[in-house]
Design a protein. Structure first.
Length: 594
């Protein structure tokens, strides 16, 4: 149907339709993963990211397209998982920035918003790669800007955008040779095409009434939140974070006892100050509060603070707009209840958890004064109990469950950072698909905490970085040492192929064991021991390296013993260590260091 412009109701329906379309096809997007490994997760990450944004939009939609785009941007930003999810959040972050000044968007404005989204996403990626979701978004936005000069119909414009996106997607194998070799299109680009298909589906026939926050039957809604998208809970953090257990804390020691979360709507309220000085606002909150996080744009401010004087906090907030979704917990009261019931639960703030928070969720004790903060803190992403124990033994404070099968979100990192009482926090993502989410969390807390993301792309690199850290060294020296440490690590993995394929003349059959060295498949065999030998032969150059073997949850100890015997016979100068990693899907994780 013809549309001269779209308002907030239209935009909300488009987003819900796009999220539903992506959710229905998430497994297909996963299947386009170049490597035939059992944990291709682009579809899962994009689905979880889009679901977070759509659910936020369902709770906070208005007639203003600018406000709705801003709400979506915040939801995507905090829910972003994996590189594809972060890039998706940046595309709509730029879209939201442009749309913020409008109640409705006509065809030319919609096209300009898409282009601003592309510009924002390209700036967010240090080394943009063509033949990916970025290319699909870029070509689609370029076509939108071109075609908007020839039509005033948003529906016609979206038809052109979708057609160009599909064309760009089909061309991704010509830009990335590995895609052509494997015979697939880019998975992230395919995910974006599904979202655009949902947009187009609504514009060509959908109708919705969101006055109550619910779509009519004509507008698609998210049927469910994926089971793989749990909220960030204390139990997803290692026992290291739980060193300040409730039983070790005296109730009266909780100085800033009121845990407050709320939003400020800058568009509403009486005598609202025209300018919002974020730094001055934080400083005012810190007079009688701590654990302060403020995320703001021109229309909405999210606030989290532990305060002695909640009334003063609210009075201060009222200067900048109308307060909504107020959530206040008395942490002393919660602590007494926990002690009474004999519970020993880790202190863990749920920063910007869905409001209202779950009844009975554990609140965090007040953060120590700045003079009492530890100089350094560590967060690491881990997969498997054994690997988590290794990180804890190396002094890592918070271990987030994650890896290929479940990438932590930006919000997960924000919450973990807030749980650590340290002046400077290091993050070890330990997966190339998690680095961007960690960096995005760092940007969100810029000015609040000193954060360094060490771009470790594997568990072995993360372990090497943690080993290289020295408590008595300066930040610059430690950062340099850790970066150097990860540069010397060769990482290897053994898993099963999930489909037939050919990669660089290596023929791989579904079900075979495959060996991956530094993200390149170098071995394939019907036998686990044979595949492991072939991989290690590829990784070991001089024979006198340090070899670390992390066994998976499903690894046969007999195979591990045989592998150890083979290493001893063929590489007698190598120093070999074997640890129980407990990781899923990967029978072995290997590291080789000089």
């Amino acid at each position: 149907m013809s549309k001269r412009s779209i308002n907030g109701t239209d935009f909300t329906a488009m987003v819900l339709a796009g999220a539903e379309k992506l959710q229905q096809n998430a497994e297909h997007v996963n299947s386009l993963n170049v490597f035939p490994v059992p944990d291709g997760d682009t579809g899962t990450n994009m689905n979880l990211t889009m679901t977070a944004g759509a659910n936020e939009l369902k709770k906070n939609n208005t007639q203003s397209v600018g406000q709705c785009a801003g709400v979506l941007s915040k939801g995507l930003l905090m829910g972003a998982r994996g590189n594809s999810g972060v890039i998706l959040s940046q595309l709509f972050r730029g879209f939201g920035r442009y749309a913020s000044q409008y109640e409705e968007l006509n065809a030319q404005q919609f096209a300009a918003a898409l282009q601003t989204g592309v510009d924002t996403a390209y700036k967010a990626v240090v080394k943009p790669v063509e033949g990916t979701i970025l290319t699909v978004a870029k070509e689609a936005a370029r076509q939108a800007v071109y075609f908007a000069r020839r039509t005033s119909d948003v529906t016609e414009l979206m038809t052109e955008v979708l057609a160009k996106a599909k064309e760009a997607l089909a061309n991704t194998p010509e830009l990335l040779p590995v895609l052509k070799q494997v015979g697939v299109v880019d998975s992230g680009g395919q995910g974006l095409v599904y979202i655009y298909e949902g947009f187009h589906q609504y514009l060509t026939g959908g109708a919705a009434n969101f006055t109550t926050g619910q779509a009519t039957s004509a507008a698609p809604v998210l049927t469910k939140t994926p089971a793989a998208a749990p909220a960030f809970k204390p139990e997803s953090v290692s026992a290291s974070v739980q060193s300040s257990a409730q039983s070790q804390l005296h109730t009266e020691d909780i100085e800033f006892l009121y845990d407050m979360e709320f939003f400020i709507n800058r568009k509403l309220g009486e005598n609202v100050k025209a300018d919002f000085d974020e730094e001055a606002f934080r400083k005012a909150l810190s007079v009688n509060g701590d654990s302060i996080i403020v995320i703001s744009d021109d229309e909405t401010i999210k606030v989290h603070v532990h305060s002695k004087t909640p009334g003063e906090v609210l009075n201060l907030a009222l200067l900048y707009g109308e307060i909504t979704q107020i959530h206040i917990l008395n942490m002393r009261e919660q602590h007494r209840e926990l002690l009474t019931t004999g519970m020993d639960i880790a202190a863990m703030p749920e920063v910007f958890a869905e409001i209202p928070a779950e009844t009975g969720s554990a609140a965090a004790p007040a953060e120590p004064p700045a003079d009492d903060l530890a100089p350094y803190g560590f967060i690491a992403v881990s997969s498997g109990d054994g690997i988590s124990d290794i990180f804890k033994s190396l002094g890592v404070d918070a271990v987030l469950a994650g890896g290929q099968t479940m990438n932590p979100s930006t919000e997960d990192f924000v919450n973990a950072i807030s749980s650590i009482s340290a002046k400077h926090v290091y993050i070890l993502p330990n997966n190339s698909n998690i680095v961007l989410a960690a960096q995005q969390a760092k940007e969100l807390l810029e000015g609040e905490r000193e954060i360094t993301v060490i771009p470790s792309k594997s568990i072995p690199q993360g372990i090497a970085a943690a080993f290289a850290f020295q408590e008595d060294e300066t930040e610059n020296v430690n950062t340099s040492n850790m970066l150097e440490a990860i540069s010397h690590v060769k990482s290897g993995q053994i898993t099963n192929a999930v489909r037939d394929t050919v990669i660089e003349e290596l023929e791989i059959k579904s079900g075979q064991y495959i060996g991956i060295s530094n993200s390149k498949i170098v071995a394939a065999a019907d036998d686990l021991l044979d595949a492991s030998k072939a991989l290690l032969s590829n990784m070991l150059e001089n024979g006198d390296e340090i070899v670390t073997v992390l066994t998976g949850a499903d690894t046969d100890t007999n195979v591990t013993d045989s592998l150890g015997d083979w290493l001893e016979q063929n590489y007698p100068e190598a120093e070999v260590e074997v640890h129980e990693g407990g990781q899923p899907l990967y029978y072995y994780l290997f590291s080789v260091e000089p």
